[in-house]
Each structure stands twice: as C-alpha cells, then as structure tokens.
Write a protein that binds this ligand. Sequence first.
Ligand code: 3PG
Length: 398
Amino acid sequence: ADFDGLGDVRGKRVLVRSDLNVPLDGARITDDGRVRASVPTIQALAEAGARVVVVAHLGRPKGEPDPRFSLAPVAERLGELLGRPVAFATDTVGEGAVSTVDALGDGEVAVLENVRFNPGETSKDDEERAAFAGELARLADAFVSDGFGVVHRKQASVYDVALRLPHAMGGLVSREIDVLRRLTVDPERPYAVVLGGSKVSDKLGVIDHLLGKADVLLIGGGMVFTFLAAQGHEVGASLLEEDQLETCRGYLARAEESGVRIVLPTDIVVDTEFPSGDREPQPRVVPADQIPADSLGLDIGPDSGAAFAEVIRGARTVFWNGPMGVFETPAFAEGTRAVAEALTQVDGLSVVGGGDSAAAVRSLGFDESAFGHISTGGGASLEFLEGKELPGIAVLER
Ligand code: 3PG
C-alpha cells in the first residue's frame, strides 16, 4: 500500500512523530485524547505492513532520563487503543531502541522512551540537534510527521529528522491544518475568539494578531485579571501579571480604535484560597470591579457565562483556547462549561484549541462530535493562528 508519497511501506521501518504529551496523575493518564488522536496514522501504517517506530515526548524533563516522565504508561494505553501489542524501548536511540526496532515484524508497533531524555532533542545548538536526529534516523527508513501539538518546535524529532529521511505529513497534521486554515483565510463572520488560561504572556502574539482579524474577543481565565487591573479595578489576590498591564491597556485602546469588541466578565466567582483537596471550596460571586482584597478570582461568574454564551452562539466562526476558570474543581467549572456548551450550538465552525480546553471539554462530559474540531495542539494552534511559520510543517514542504 502506498502511504502518502512514501511508496509501499511494507517491511519498511517508519518513524512516526506523534504528540503523546498527556496529563498524568502518577502513572494514570487523566486525559488520553492525544493518544486517541494518534491512533489512525499508526494503525494505517501498521495495516500497510510497516514496522512502526513511534517517537514522542512527555512533559519537560531536563535532557536526561527521569522516571516521572516515562512514556511506558502511554505506550500501554496506545496498545489498548490499537488493539495490538506495542513494544516499548527503554531508551530512545540506544541499545534498547536498536534491539526493539530490530525485533519488529511487518505490521508491528514500538514506542521509544521519551525523546526529551536526550539533550540533543531540544538543543538550541544546530549541530547537537542534527547529531541526535542522525541517531533517530538510523532507526528508520522513512519519517511521518503526525504530532501536530509539537510542529511549532524546532526540535530534532520534529524538524531535523525530516531532513534526513524520506518523509510525509500524517493525517492528523493535515486535518488540523485544513481546519485551522479556515480560521485564518476568510472566516465566516461574525468571528469570535474566546481566550482563557492562566497567563496573558502566553497569548500576546495571538491577541496582537487577532485584533486585526476577529470581530469579538472574549476573555476569561486567570489572564483576565491583568485586563481588569489594566482598567483600574482592584483584583484582590487574583493572578496578576504586573509587567503586562501596559500591554493590556494598549490592547484595550487598539480594540476601541479598530472596532474589535473585547468582552470582559462582569462578575467573578471568588474564594479566599486556591482550591486544594484539604478544604471545601467556598465560592462567592462578586462584581468584576469589586473583588475583595482577601479573595482571588477562580472562574467567570454566571452573568458573564451567559453573556459569553450569547456572543458565541451568535457567531459563525469561533475559536476557543484556555479554560475560563479552575474547571478541575466543580465549584469553578461553570464558566468553562457555559463556553463549551455554547460552542456546541454554533451554526458554523467551532474549534477548541489547546491541551487544557480540550481536556476540559472531555472532563466536563461533552460529546466531542458536537464541536466542529478539537485541536490536539495548544501552542501550535495559537502560533498557526498568529500566522507564524511552524518549523515542523515548513520542513515537510521543502
Ligand atoms: C503541548 O503540550 O502543547 C505539546 O505537547 C508541546 O509541548 P511543549 O510545550 O513542552 O513543547
């Protein structure tokens, strides 16, 4: 069988870069969305008779083996989902990897240990990265890039290895790009973007870019308190990025000039402590401009949730990245639920981007098929929307 320009892959060793970076609680996977999204490409290659070698990262270990970041539990889950045995190599390019790959028969699958256990993977030094990519390339005859969540990283297993092997774009990456392109090229209007998550500083590029593109920007999550503070409100003990106040003021002013609506919450759910297992939460709803000094904002309030939902339902294109509150705690999940619910009611294209928002949608029990698209990429989808060149995509198009 021909696999996307790689020719007949039967008997060939095909290195697949997947994004298997899932949240773990010890060795338990708390959201396996990325593993499930990686299955179709791996399954298709196995069915075509390839000897599939999966390379992926987990978390951000410091370039050396660290058992807390082992991919072993993820490899096991992959095997369950594929319904076929998955071999696991206890290193990425060493003897373990070589013997595991040598032992593969046609149509069999192996997962290599966390690629970030090797300093060459994320090195800023081109030669060091290239040397490590050379070691990865020796394990395979061809490369398939399918880890959409990492295509914005110029790393050995994403970028450099593609320079060394015949390569193809996996189905997951191409599907993601097709959908995200619809957001950047002539989106149907109104075009609403919902941003949340903890930090403004993670979203600067995308806000900057969207101020010229979207019709309305809805802001919640931890990052909203820097906006509220920029408007002169007291935010109590809420998350605040002092060094971004000026930037947020600039965004508010630019939005006004350019006719883009920025919608901020008018009420906030607060508590006197960040939720922990030891204490029953004591949520209180307060006006967004009256957050008590001893309290911190943990979710957008019910009025804001309803107002956000109305704007979202009225849009024809919606992109959402970042939860509205600490959704892992039910007392602070309603804002995120209201936004998610509204996205399922959009008459048009609704896209959930990002590891956290995608995990939120699943953990709140929504049916994934009710959304237009749930992206597996967090940073990658934001950078795509910003119009940045993604190294892991550019290298395939060379
Ligand atoms: C993600 O979680 O967004 C991707 O897996 C990339 O991970 P990274 O931000 O650690 O590179």
